[in-house]
Design a protein around this ligand. Structure first.
Ligand SMILES: [Ca+2]
Ligand SMILES: [Ca+2]
Length: 99
C-alpha cells in the first residue's frame, strides 16, 4: 500500500490543508459515541466563542454545526485508518467509504 499514488496524494493533502479534519476527537482511533458526545457539547459554537475548538469544525466554515455533523456521521463507527479527509475523498476514497 505504501508508495503508490494514492498514498502520495494523501500525504500532499496534509501539507496543503493546515488542519486535516479528523472526527476522532478524543484520539482513541475510533469514531464512536464518545466522540459524538464531545461534538454535541460544542455544537453551535462559532469562531470567536470561548469554547470554540477548530478541530470540531470539520468543514472549516467557522461554526460547529450541521455540516460538521454530516461529516462526522459519515465516519461514525470507523477506525482511524478508514477515515478520509473530505477534501480528497473523491480521489483517495473511491473504494466505498465516501461517495
Ligand atoms: Ca474516538
Ligand atoms: Ca463547520
Amino acid at each position: 500500500m505504501f508508495g503508490d499514488s494514492t498514498v502520495l496524494l494523501w500525504d500532499m493533502s496534509l501539507y496543503i490543508t493546515p488542519q486535516t479534519p479528523n472526527p476522532d476527537f478524543n484520539g482513541d482511533s475510533t469514531v464512536d459515541f464518545s466522540d459524538f458526545l464531545l461534538f454535541t457539547s460544542l455544537f453551535g459554537l462559532s469562531r470567536g466563542d470561548e469554547q470554540y475548538d477548530a478541530k470540531y469544525d470539520l468543514d472549516g466554515d467557522g461554526t460547529i454545526g450541521f455540516g460538521d455533523f454530516l461529516i462526522f456521521g459519515r465516519s461514525f463507527g470507523k477506525k482511524d485508518n478508514e477515515l478520509c479527509p473530505p477534501v480528497t475523498s473523491k480521489t483517495v476514497c473511491s473504494i466505498g467509504l465516501y461517495p
